[in-house]
Design a protein around this ligand. Sequence first.
Ligand code: BDR
Ligand code: CA
Length: 312
Amino acid sequence: MSRSLIIDCDPGVDDAVALFLALGAPELDVLAVTTVAGNVGLDLTTRNARLIVERAGRGDIPVHAGCDRPLVRAPVEAGEFHGASGLGDWAVAEPARPPAPGHAVQALIDLVMARPEGSVDLAILGPMTNVALAMRLEPRLAGRLGRIAVMGGARSAGGNITASAEYNIFADPHAAAVVLGSGAEVIVFGLDVTHAVLATPERIEMIRATSGDAAAATADLLDFSARIERAAVGRAGAPMHDPCPIAWLIRPELFELRPARIAVETTSPLTLGATAVEFRLGQGEAPSTRWAVAADAQRVFDLLATSLERLP
Ligand code: BDR
Ligand code: CA
């Protein structure tokens, strides 16, 4: 039995890999992809999402464009890690299909509210602007959703944009505070765990050896990220951030989670977007949020190869 899933994202090289991972997984029924401004501007993230679903042979999945800027703060992009197009050095063309009609925020609400409570999961792979707005527009949404699997934040790893802030949270801390404080079941995959899921040369070769165009396209994305990562931070292997929440939705046993109280810094200029992750819970306290502390990186890549094999 597959679970219904909406993917909110800002492709983005690792968002693209995450989309391929989801689209090749029979465990997931992707109802829609919603896009947000983040790594690159909204026009590009929306075009890129359409290109990816089409390359996966799933041009039938609606792609709804969402918010073109964060709730409060000024936009921050991350094109230096994703290339000017957002898709590394892929030769990008215009997708065959236009974006689906209707704003992403309304689409999220309509898709979830029309289905039984708890039956639709949500993956958030970029700034959380769309989801925060949807929760404000439809206050019943948080209680209606299934699990929300998020890529964002950092605890022991430190930040990748500032000393303490990770990009997705830094890019819209106010939205992240709304989602993490909503009472919904939120599982957060921050840099502590994504920095352990590295696209090493051996793993990229394994993906390249996998059959199909989607696998070859993914290997190109991984090569691009690995090159940028080495040049920018000297790391041997690019972290596969966004595939982590998707991999958890498919195979939860690949990750170790801990219940935690998670809050976002929204006022301090010095630590804006930092995630305060508190494992010391009160007696009987059962937070609705969990924090990923460990991953089986090799099996995440094996899972990616399995998904890609199912795509054209
Ligand atoms: C996150 O930031 C973006 O650049 C990536 O796509 C990922 O979602 C990692 O910090
Ligand atoms: Ca992303």
